[in-house]
Design a binder for this molecule. Structure first.
Ligand SMILES: [Zn+2]
Length: 342
């Protein structure tokens, strides 16, 4: 099997030759370039080059292309700061009060910065290696996370906690869903083989399970269903321990669920077996600070629990730190070949 067939089998819940590998490596890939990270994340050519260089070194099956976690927010008018040693970060919200959701407009991804640069990078990668590696062109942040960046996380969490302005909160989540969905279609048109969203703050570490069910769940589900109706595969990424919401997470119908090391692997596997494809779940701190032997041992353990009955892609549970040692990434990729054979 080649990488494309291997990933497709994992998503289809049929048996690949071995466990496929994904790298969530936009930061270390940018770091390996001879320019500041800020330059790479603003420029589609450099972004594509960084991902190509990393793929040529590590040979992973799945490439996760993105320029950070504030792309959609910036395209919608959020002030974003580009840093030389880390991913860009949202700095000032686009609106001060929920009522102003009416003023927001869904950006055109082909012209709005930096969406247009990531689309450019998608085209380059697709042309260069789209038949050899599975390119996930990430539609950046999902409904909950983008909503939080648009109005500020405290304001959004407060409105949800107080149960006030429920209609307006849903309107903001729905707007955010539309932004990510439109961007997703453009990324697929540009050559992405699938797409994904990040919902870091939708997990129980920050949002109660009851509030997950009442707010982001239906918007994530609607996005997954709309894309699926057009044959587009979506991955949904929620950080932290997702076990308290695992059934709803699966019910969003996103074909891939990205989970991290805080989620109990056995409980997740039991809930998702024959239903969904999980991606993860390696501890990014271990990949940053551990030895290659420790990374290999962690991979072996993750594969042992998550790989049976297919529906699994090995990778870091979240974004890798810019300073991750290359030897540890090699250990990760090689472990799938060593321990992941079906
Ligand atoms: Zn995460």
């Amino acid at each position: 099997m080649n990488s494309i067939e291997r990933i497709q089998a994992a998503i289809d819940l049929s048996q690949p030759d071995r466990v496929p590998v994904d790298l969530h490596n936009f930061q270390p890939a940018a770091k390996a370039m001879a320019v500041p990270l800020a330059e790479v994340f603003k420029d589609g050519d450099l972004l594509a080059e960084s991902m190509l260089l990393a793929w040529r070194e590590f040979g992973h099956d799945m490439i996760l292309l993105e320029n950070g976690t504030a792309c959609n927010a910036q395209a919608c008018g959020v002030e974003v700061v580009y840093r030389d040693d880390a991913a860009p970060a949202a700095h000032k919200p686009a609106i001060d009060r929920l009522e102003d959701v009416e003023k927001l407009e869904v950006p055109d991804p082909y012209t709005a910065f930096p969406m247009c640069e990531v689309i450019k990078a998608t085209r380059i990668l697709s042309k260069e290696i789209g038949d050899k590696a599975w390119i996930v062109a990430r539609a950046d942040q999902g409904p909950m996370d983008l909503a939080a960046q648009l109005i500020g996380i405290q304001e959004l969490m407060l409105a949800i906690a107080l149960g006030e302005k429920t209609e307006l909160v849903h309107q903001l989540l729905d707007f955010s869903r539309q932004v990510a969905t439109r961007y997703a279609y453009a990324l697929i048109e540009a050559g992405g083989r699938s797409t994904s969203i990040g919902e870091p703050i939708a997990g129980p570490d920050l949002l109660s399970p009851a509030h997950y069910r009442a707010y982001p769940f239906m918007h994530e589900k609607r996005m997954a269903e709309e894309l699926k109706a057009d044959g587009i595969i979506l991955a949904n990424h929620i950080c932290g321990n997702t076990i308290p919401i695992i059934d709803e997470f699966i019910a969003t119908a996103a074909q891939i669920l990205e989970i991290d090391h805080k989620t109990d692997k056995q409980l997740a596997k039991d809930a998702g077996r024959h239903k969904t494809c999980f991606l993860g779940t390696l501890d990014t701190s271990l990949i940053l600070e551990g030895t290659p032997q420790e990374v290999e041992e962690a991979c072996r353990e993750v594969i042992e629990i998550m790989a049976p009955d297919s529906g699994f892609i090995l990778g870091p549970g979240c974004a890798l730190d810019p300073e991750v040692p290359a030897d540890n990434i090699h250990a990760l990729v090689e472990s799938a070949k060593k321990y992941g054979v079906y």
